[in-house]
Design a binder for this molecule. Structure first.
Ligand SMILES: Nc1nc2c(ncn2[C@@H]2O[C@H](COP(=O)(O)OP(=O)(O)OP(=O)(O)O)[C@@H](O)[C@H]2O)c(=O)[nH]1
Ligand SMILES: [Mg+2]
Length: 338
């Protein structure tokens, strides 16, 4: 299992790093690209510099509307992001797009690798599209994506759209770095309320039925009814009721309404609610990093490594309880002193 290695102490900012941070804040696209390459790098000597850069940029972050977009493969995420991105960019908003794609190692390409799907948006002067950082364990990819988001924000983007494919933990990771989380659903109802699992519904602030155009309009309408009914059962609580909206990225119908609903969710949160949500996310993120760092250090410990094999075998064969074995590993562990 590969785990994220602990980040080295941030470098005290050099003159060079300060210049880069200033250029990023000034909206220089080439500086932004360089900064993102640094932040996404896994090279140990880059990590310290990246930490230094992020410290410099942190005061300039927080100003964007952060929107997560998820859904099953092929549901229309990229096409929707392009339509929404163009809607906003044409209205003069600066839009950034990034992807969290822990599977790219397996599939051999990133979600946004197929640039043709966002060709128009990627050429728009108000838009900046960043493909998924090079693959790896979700923890590492998610951390780099979160930092990418902060850098894009510091560069003055007013909206950041984060795409992730709706399989497993990457959804949770994206929900934990965004203000509003959109779940995209296919225009098929009835038995196919696939996406509507309780865990996912709890993450979603907004549901969008995609491809509501042409022959699919009746199916999209039915799906909207089914999903609305299912939500009433699954999420009966008070507070925010996630709306279900039909949308066609192809014709553009419903795109503006989805954006209005995002803003509606935002105003329902209120500025205090939003600040509280972001604080909780930042705290959770700190603990994720602590956990990742501890696990990486544990696995790198020679004493632990020497005992691991026999302890695992003892547990697997029932000669030792998992609790005893864990206690022995932890006793052998000498955490590195920072
Ligand atoms: N009719 C119709 N087709 C659409 C619409 N949006 C997307 N599609 C089609 O659905 C297919 C998948 O679209 P994508 O946007 O690539 O879907 P995705 O969810 O990003 O897919 P992955 O990233 O591979 O998970 C493409 O063939 C699109 O042309 C729409 O609004 N209407
Ligand atoms: Mg896609």
């Amino acid at each position: 299992m590969s785990t994220a290695s602990p980040r080295p102490t941030p470098e005290p900012p050099s003159e060079d790093l300060r210049r880069l941070a200033d250029a990023v804040r000034g909206g220089d696209r080439r500086a932004l690209a360089r900064a993102l390459t640094l932040v996404e790098s896994t090279r140990p000597d880059h990590r310290g510099r990246a930490g230094g850069l992020l410290s410099l940029l942190l005061p300039a972050t927080g100003g964007a509307v952060r929107v997560g977009i998820s859904g099953a493969p092929g549901v229309g995420k990229s096409t929707f992001i392009e339509a929404l991105g163009l809607h906003l960019a044409d209205a003069g908003r600066r839009v950034a797009v990034l992807a969290v794609d822990p599977s790219s190692e397996v599939s051999g390409g990133s979600i946004l690798g197929d640039k043709t799907r966002m060709e128009r948006l990627s050429r728009h002067p108000n838009a900046f599209i960043r493909p998924s950082p090079s693959s790896g364990a979700l923890g590492g990819v998610a951390r780099r994506s979160r930092e990418t988001l902060l850098v894009m924000e510091a560069a003055g983007h007013e909206v950041v759209l984060v795409e992730t494919v709706g399989v497993g933990q990457s959804e949770t990771a994206v929900a934990e770095m965004t203000d509003s989380f959109l779940l995209l659903l296919a225009p098929a109802g009835g038995d196919e309320l696939q996406g509507i699992k309780k865990g996912i519904v709890e993450l979603a602030d907004l549901l969008v039925v995609t491809k509501a155009d042409g022959d699919l309009i009746p199916a999209a309408e039915r799906a909207r009814g089914d999903y609305t009914a299912a939500l009433a059962i699954l999420a009966p609580g008070t507070g925010w009721h996630p709306p279900v909206l039909p949308c066609s990225a192809m014709t553009g119908a419903g795109v503006a309404e989805v954006w209005q609903a995002v803003l509606g969710h935002r105003s329902a949160l209120g500025s205090e609610g939003l600040a509280a949500k972001r604080s909780a996310q930042a705290r959770r993120w700190m603990w994720r990093e602590v956990e990742d760092g501890l696990i990486a250090a544990l696995r790198a410990d020679p004493e632990v490594a020497a005992r691991l094999g026999s302890l695992e075998r003892a547990v697997a064969s029932g000669r030792m309880t998992p609790g005893e074995a864990a206690a022995e590993l932890l006793r052998a562990f000498r955490p590195p002193t920072a």
